[in-house]
Write a protein that binds this ligand. Sequence first.
Ligand SMILES: Cc1ncc(COP(=O)(O)O)c(C=O)c1O
Length: 479
Amino acid sequence: MTDSWSNSAHNASHEFGIDLHLDRKGPGLRTGLIEALREAVRTGRLTPGTRLPPSRSLAADLGIARNTVADAYAELVAEGWLVAKQGSGTRVAQRAEPRKTSPAGPPANLARSRATYSMLTGTPNLAEFPRKQWLTAARRAVTAAPHEAFGIGDALGRMELRTVLADYLARARGVYAAPERVVICSGFRHGLTLMAQVLRARQVRAVSVESYGLDIYRDLLTSTGLRVPPLYVDEHGTRTEDLAGMRGVGAVLMTPAHQFPTGIALRPDRRAVAVDWARSTGGLILEDDYDGEFRYDRQPVGALQGLDPERVVYLGTSSKSLAPGLRLAWMVLPEDLVPEIAAAKGHADWMSSSLEQLTLAEFIASGSYDRHVRAMRLRYRRRRDQLVAALARTAPSVHVTGMAAGLHALLELPRGTERSVVQAAARRGLAVEGMSAFRYETADSGWRLPEQDALVVNYASPSDSAWAGALDALCAVMP
Ligand SMILES: Cc1ncc(COP(=O)(O)O)c(C=O)c1O
C-alpha cells in the first residue's frame, strides 16, 4: 500500500513551522515512516541540514504515537541518515548524498561553488549587504506606500524611485537625468535585452562591443539577431576612433568609466570621438556604468552620458553597489527612446517589485545608499592595497594594472603562464579567471589583440573570514 502523509493540513507543528510531505511505504507504521523518510533523504527532497519537526508535533500531525516517530528517528540516526543534537533537534545528516539527477555532473555554477575561495568577477562582498538599513528602509517604505503601490504599476518603474535616482545620478555620476527618462529594470542584463529589441525594431543590424568583455552580453545581443563586431581595447581604453570605419553599426556597448575587465578609463579625447561618431551617424552609445561608485584614487570619472544625453543610453545597476540578488537596475534614456523601451518592456517581465523599488528609493533618499557606498569604498580600497602589498612581497615580478577602482584588479603574468596559474589556483581551492576568458576576437577582424596573460581578480567578494586564505592561495600560485 502506498499512501501519502502530510502534516501540512494540521497545525500541531506550527510551533516548528515546516511542512513535511512523506510517501508512506511498507506495512507497519514505524517501518512505513522510516522508509518514507529514507526515501525523502535519498532522493534529495530533504536536503542535508534540514531540520525535521520534533517527534511530538510530527506524531500529532500524522495521528500516530509519539514513540513511533521517536523510534523511527532513532533508527535513522543509527543508520546515519539523520543526526540528533541536544538543543537543535533532528536534522538530515550532511553526508547523506542526494540521488544524482544528471549523469553529466553538476552545472558549472555549482562546480564553481565547490572551491573554498572565490575571486571570480561579478559579485560584491555579499556578507556586507546592509541588512539592517535595508530593513529599516523597507519598513518605512511599506508603511508609507499608498494602496495603489500594491497593484500592478507602471512598466517604467515607480516614480518615487525614478525621481530619487535622477537626483542621485546627477549628483554622484554627472548624468543628465530627468525622472521621465529613468526606467527601472531587472539588472543591466534586462536593460541590454530591451535595448537590443528596440535596436532590432529600428532596423539596426550590428552593435559593436569591446574586444575584452563578458561573453554573456555578446551572446545576448547575437541572440536577438545583431552582429557584434569588436572594437579594440588598448592601453588608453576602447579605440572609439575605429567606429568611423565600421559599416552598419548602429550602436556601441562600452564601459567607459572603468573598462571591464582591463580596468582602463576611456581617455577624454576618445570619449569625445565616441560622441562625435554617434552624432554624425545617428548611432547610440550604450554606457555600462557597472561599478562607477567605486573609485579610490581621485574623483570618480563622470558618466559619458553627460556629454550627450540624446545619444547615450546610461545603464547603472545595484549589483555591485548593493547586491546582484536585488535585480534592480536603471537606464537613463534619450527622450525619443522612452516610448519604445516602454513598449518592449510591457510585453514580458512587466515590472520589478514595487515594494523593492520603494525600498530602494527610501534607502537612497535617507542617505543609506551613500553611506553604504562610502563604507564599502574604504573596505574595497583596503583590500586592493593589501593585494598590492602582498604581491609586492611575494611575487614582485607580477604587476597589478588597471586603475584603483571597482571590485577587481588585473595581475599581469609572464607570457604563456596564465592557464597553468589558473589551474594551480583551482588545485588550491581558489576559483579565479584568466584574462583569456574575457577576450573577444573574431576571425574576420583583421586586427590582432596583443596577447596578454593576466588574472582578473575580484578582491571584493571574499568575506572577511575568507580573505586571508584567498590572498594566501593567490600569492602561492604566482610565478
Ligand atoms: C561589466 C558588467 N556590466 C554589468 C554588470 C551588472 O549586471 P546585472 O545588473 O545584470 O547584475 C556586471 C555585473 O557583474 C558587469 O560585470
